[in-house]
Every structure is written in C-alpha cells, then in structure tokens.
Design a protein around this ligand. Structure first.
Ligand SMILES: [Fe+2]
Length: 110
C-alpha cells in the first residue's frame, strides 16, 4: 500500500512491517514528539542540529572531536581523564614550569 504525490513524494507500507517515506522535507509540527525504538535510532546525515538544549541519560561518544563555545563554557562533575596534554590559557599541564622560591625555575611536573 502506498501514497504518492505527482511530485514524487511517497509513503509506502512495505512487507516486513516497514514504513518508508521519501520526500524533500519531512516536517513534524507538534507539542511533543516521542520516538520509542527498542533497539536503536540512526540518523544518517552529515549534520544533526538542536535549536536548544540536548540531554543524554547515557554515555556520549564522539569520534570527530569536540568543540564547545558560548554559555558558561564546559563544566565537568567528576573525574576528567585525558590521554594527552591539557593546555589552559596557553600553559601546558604536562610541561609547564614555575619560578623557584629561591630563584631559578622548577622542572616540569613529575
Ligand atoms: Fe604547576
């Protein structure tokens, strides 16, 4: 069973309990939208955008880096572990030195 428009948009109810729609813009206008997918939800798109806050109740994983700007910056509650150096205000956590109490310089952190 299927619905087609003269411009090629369609909604097709397929064998195997699959519903497939094809169109240029798929728009949902509502007060609340729930997706209950027991196995997973995939968004196969080059960009996913939320106009406001995003909250995950589980682990957030990223493979392409992380960029944060605006607001109050980033806050971490709990331990933060990195496999490489951390640079704050241009100062390397791993290789910074201090002025010694009696002159000279300290070594980098041991
Ligand atoms: Fe230090």
């Amino acid at each position: 069973m299927a619905l087609y428009t003269d411009e090629g948009a369609k909604i097709v109810l397929k064998r195997g309990r699959v519903i497939e729609t094809e169109c240029d813009v798929y728009r949902v206008n509502c007060k609340s939208w729930e997706v209950n997918a027991t196995d997973k939800a995939d968004f196969n798109t080059p960009m996913l955008t939320a106009s406001q806050q995003v909250t995950a109740q589980g682990l957030i994983s990223g493979n392409g880096g992380l960029a944060i700007q605006g607001g109050d910056g980033a806050k971490v509650t709990g331990k933060l572990t990195t496999s490489e150096d951390v640079v704050a205000g241009g100062k390397s956590l791993m290789s910074h030195i201090h002025s010694g109490d009696s002159g000279g310089k300290t070594s980098i952190p041991l």
